[in-house]
Design a protein around this ligand. Structure first.
Ligand SMILES: [Mg+2]
Length: 272
């Protein structure tokens, strides 16, 4: 660490908190950026973790952006990333389907591209759908819910990229994908399979990118990041640069392994 509290590139301290892990998985929003703004020292910290020989990947429930788009957004805030470093809930939802499956889709570019690359077909007639795939969609209209409900009553598989209740916006909380999933669960009497955090598929797919080993998950939201990591027996670092406030911490269950002001704390001396 330098005097400003940010790590210098290559300034490897002995016995940092991150040592002892083979793989560090970073949530994106609230961890390495806030909206389109950088978090001070995040890019240098990610680079320093990699310099220690620790594998890294970025994990996001955001199904709207493709990995290439998300890598560009990370580069824009000073975090070096390639598309292969990014694991999205859209990518993992598509991997949960066999190639050739016909999907009725609610969602934007990220899920459409992931399904197409997987070899799935996108259909609009509920009678043709083998699966209903639900991702965040700002263009959602009642007709989407009508067709999805009909397909689900026909027995189509029910898959959601994530079940986040809300989506943070500059004006406050918007309905998240979980709100739409809840509407369809109500109308169909079915329960969705979910790819994203805190459910296991996204987290396990990300760990696989790192070739496993001892995993540390770094996130800002307890109910997705810390709960999801704990369910898999992973250590977690809760950062206070996103949605969680210090006053929230005592009541959190399960407790994170570490609480850090920001991602920069990964390089602080390890607790003995
Ligand atoms: Mg987050």
């Amino acid at each position: 660490m330098n005097s400003s509290g940010t790590p210098g590139r290559g300034a490897v301290s002995v016995g940092a908190l991150v040592d002892g892990y083979d793989c560090v998985l970073f949530d994106i929003d609230g961890v390495v950026r806030v909206g389109s703004q950088p978090i001070a020292g995040a890019g240098e910290t990610v680079a320093a973790v990699r310099d220690r020989g620790i594998a890294t990947a970025f994990v996001t429930n955001n199904a709207s952006s493709t990995p290439a788009e998300m890598a560009g957004k990370l580069e824009a805030v000073g975090v070096a990333a390639t598309p292969s470093d990014i694991v999205t809930s859209a990518l993992v939802a598509a991997e949960m389907l066999d190639p050739g499956v016909r999907c009725l889709v609610i969602g934007m570019t990220g899920i459409h591209e992931a399904l197409t690359q997987r070899g799935c077909a996108v259909v609009t007639d509920p009678q043709d759908a083998d699966a209903v795939v639900v991702a965040f969609d700002r263009g959602l209209v009642w007709d989407d819910l009508r067709r999805a409900t009909l397909a689900l009553h026909n027995g189509a598989r029910f898959l959601a990229t994530n079940d986040d209740a809300t989506f943070p916006s500059p004006e406050g909380l918007w309905p998240g994908n979980g709100s739409v999933v809840a509407a369809l669960e109500r109308s169909s009497g079915r329960t969705a399979e979910v790819a994203g955090k805190p459910h296991a598929p996204l987290l396990l797919a990300a760990a696989q990118r790192c070739n496993g080993g001892r995993v540390l998950f770094v996130g800002d939201r307890h109910e997705t990041d810390i709960v999801g990591a704990a369910a898999l027996g992973w250590d977690s670092a809760l950062v206070l640069s996103g949605v969680t406030r210090p006053v929230d911490i005592p009541s959190l269950d399960p407790q994170p392994t570490f609480v850090l002001d920001s991602v920069v704390g990964l390089l602080r001396p390890s607790p003995a």
